[in-house]
Design a binder for this molecule. Structure first.
Ligand SMILES: [Mg+2]
Length: 171
């Protein structure tokens, strides 16, 4: 079945910082694709983030993030860099149990009438750490490891399109 939901990790998947919870807030925008914290630590979006998120929206996909962070710094970056509008669901929770996070997301969607099969879900993360637990919790969802399976975020669009636009349109 075609992908209907894309779940994106944040740290080292959308931007080049491993743990934005550690930043000294408030943050400030220093470029169209970068923020800095109070100590001058800079967080820069990886190339193609806006283009990829826009492409996911254009394809009619449900877009969510699942991040192991305190919500505030992620929200601040989303606001400063105008990313928030791309996400239908934001799951930013200060624990490493992405199996719980993703299961709760899928349960919420089901509760609203969108019951997804595992292969309709694509999860993108720079670490494989959580994958086994996630698949044990919600079934065999698709997974792409950022930096390994895809080298740039917009390869995600190629991945989806290579499954065929007709297949995607049926979703
Ligand atoms: Mg990460």
């Amino acid at each position: 079945m075609a992908v209907r939901l894309v779940i994106l990790d944040c740290d080292l998947t959308l931007w080049n910082h491993p743990n934005v919870t550690a930043l000294a807030r408030p943050l400030r925008r220093v470029a169209t694709d970068a923020v800095e914290d109070q100590a001058g630590v800079r967080v820069t979006l990886f190339p193609g983030v806006h283009r990829t998120l826009e492409g996911l929206r254009q394809r009619g996909l449900i877009v969510a993030c699942a991040s192991w962070n305190e919500p505030e710094p992620v929200e601040e970056i989303f606001t400063l860099l105008d990313l928030g509008r791309y996400f239908d669901h934001r799951k930013v929770e200060p624990h490493p149990h992405k199996d719980r996070t993703i299961r709760a997301l899928l349960d919420e969607l089901r509760g609203r009438g969108t019951a997804l099969e595992p292969d309709q879900v694509l999860y993108v993360d720079d670490r494989r750490l959580h994958l086994e637990a996630v698949r044990a919790a919600v079934g065999g969802i698709r997974f792409l490891q950022y930096g390994v399976d895809i080298r740039a975020l917009d390869e995600l669009l190629s991945y989806l399109d290579s499954r065929g636009p007709a297949a995607q349109a049926q979703a």
